[in-house]
Design a protein around this ligand. Sequence first.
Ligand code: 5GP
Length: 298
Amino acid sequence: MVDAQHPPEVDRVAASQKAVAARRARAALKRDISTRVVPPQDVLRRASDDAGSAAGTLRITEFLTALPAIGEGKRDRILAQLDISPVKRLGGLGVRQRRALALWLDERFPQVHPRDGRSRLLVLAGPTAVGKGTVAARIQQDHPQILLSVSATTRPPRPGEVEGVHYYFVDDAAFDRMIAAGELLEHATVHNRFRYGTPRAPIERALADGRTVLLEIDLQGARQVRAAEPSATLVFLLPPSWDELVGRLIGRGTEDAQERARRLRTAKVELAAQGEFDHLVVNDDVARAAAEVAALAR
Ligand code: 5GP
């Protein structure tokens, strides 16, 4: 006979393994919320869809403190304002509480509203190691009529990189000359190290020929393009999760630990800027993400 108070050893082991997995899933979800890989509105939606999911079993207190810039004091004031008990889990909120929380989230963390107007100047940005280069290469392969802009950089070439294909590799003096001559649409120092810039002429030629142009650049560059060409379409590529981003950065093995830490710090800052973009695309599958980005071009 099965005794609910004293389950057999195998069941206890299975139950504790399940509890550990659930705790891990909630911890990963909190990282995704705090790094803004997943919008909090999405987490609330998942919680109401499935009360037993990681989102559904997350305590409201933990959910709120995982949000950027919410400490314990603010959390308690928000709970009082929304009339939600601190012992609640996200999946256990009442209809009215859920609606109040959703409204508060929309006000506090506005989501990207896609623009109607389409431009032939597409900017693809996103945090380090999210796979911008791979997605851009895939777009070029599937849509050869789209021009993938080739940047100038002061970074030395990596093995296999070809002058004029991956980058124009220039020294500091040549980069300065390009800036002075107004040859760059935008330029920035990336990861506090090397300079990168987008040559203006090939883009203007391609746009004049009626082609779509894709720039794969960093956040600072994307902001400069927006200022110079307000009609440009800005796309932000997101990782499926923060842990996945860290895994990809470690996996590609092109950076040492110090450089990785530096890039992850930049990634957090970049993720926080996603609201400035016109579209968010999750890079869960390269071909799918590439198709989604290409479809945004006119
Ligand atoms: P990597 O050195 O790995 O090729 O590129 C480092 C970063 O520089 C990437 O985030 C890439 O998007 C960015 N980047 C490449 N070209 C440009 C450019 O022309 N302008 C700006 N602002 N960033 C660029």
